[in-house]
Design a binder for this molecule. Structure first.
Ligand code: SF4
Length: 309
């Protein structure tokens, strides 16, 4: 049973940490316009992923999987709609294949040349070697997304990925950082892990520093597990209270990280408005795969927040 008294206390502490370390901006919307492409199925076979081969009964897929040319068209279309930040996502192992690396570099350079309204290009292209990381940076990628998703113990004990290890993920983040890109690495809450697994993950995010003691992970999408296959739909769901408790713990343990509630925000349920005071007060309009919280709902909540502070 939920201990509401302690949940309220924990939320208050997390909110004070947010004000102290991240400031008191509660209503900026950060739009992240992501597009998926280059592959339809990923051989890495991660547990919760709709791109794993043989996922049974997939109930949500990105509407479009773009080819090389379509990425450029899509970036132009989104720039006309006001996007200044464009993220290229591909369900692939990584860029260890030279032909794929060349293709990714070509797309990034073409967007920079043909869509000058896009000021920032982010990429989420799987595992990176040092060379691939440098090639992306040189082509113009300023931020690299590689989600840690879970703590190491949970990752290893569940055989989270069929092909890559937790160390591969950490190496990718370090390689991207050393190449000069900002690091965005998200977490996934509610797919069966315990609170102790999440605490382990928050410690990893907090403690991943370079030789000068600088935190490597700047921002972290806080994703809530959304059932996207029939197998998932059958699983027991995490409660809104436990999600909130996890967000508070994340805030308290990683006060300097920009925490961005992202996928599955609708599962915060009645606590959604509270998240603006604990996370970075910004939302990513990121219901890419399933119907989530709309921009209109976000704006309504922000209007309420403005009136209360
Ligand atoms: S590496 Fe990424 S795209 Fe591939 S299965 Fe894992 S989560 Fe899905």
């Amino acid at each position: 049973m939920t201990d509401y008294k302690n949940l309220i206390k924990l939320s208050a502490i997390a909110s004070m940490v947010k004000d102290e370390f991240r400031g008191k901006e509660y209503w900026d919307i950060e739009k992240c316009s992501a597009a998926y492409g280059l592959a339809k199925v990923c051989p890495e076979g991660c547990r919760a992923c709709i791109f794993r081969p043989n996922s049974k009964g997939v109930v949500a897929r990105p509407k479009f999987l773009l080819s090389e040319k379509e990425f450029i068209k899509d970036a132009k279309r989104k720039a006309l709609m006001g996007a200044r930040n464009y993220k290229i996502v591909a369900p692939i192992r990584g860029l260890d294949n030279p032909a794929l690396l060349k293709k990714a570099v070509r797309i990034i350079k073409s967007i920079r040349k043909e869509v000058p309204q896009i000021k920032q290009i982010c990429a989420s292209l799987g595992l990176l070697t040092k060379e691939a990381a440098r090639a992306l940076r040189d082509a113009g990628v300023s931020e690299y997304n590689h989600n840690l998703e879970s703590g190491r113990s949970y990752f290893d004990s569940t055989r989270y990925s069929l092909r890559h290890t937790y160390k591969d993920k950490i190496d990718t983040i370090i390689n991207a950082y050393e190449a000069g890109m900002g690091i965005c690495s998200g977490i996934l809450v509610g797919e069966g892990e315990k609170m102790s697994d999440r605490i382990e993950l928050f410690s990893t995010i907090r403690d991943l520093k370079n030789g000068k003691g600088k935190i490597i992970i700047d921002s972290s999408p806080f994703n809530i597990f959304v059932p996207v296959t029939l197998e998932h739909v059958a699983n027991k769901r995490i409660s809104a209270e436990e999600i909130l408790m996890s967000l508070c713990m994340f805030r308290i343990m990683c006060p300097n990280v920009k925490i961005l509630p992202n996928a599955g925000r609708a599962y915060f349920s009645d606590y959604l408005a509270l998240t603006y005071f604990i996370a970075d007060g910004r939302s990513i309009h990121g219901a890419y795969l399933t119907k989530g919280v709309t921009e209109k709902q976000d704006k309504k909540i922000m209007e309420i927040i403005k009136k209360t502070i």
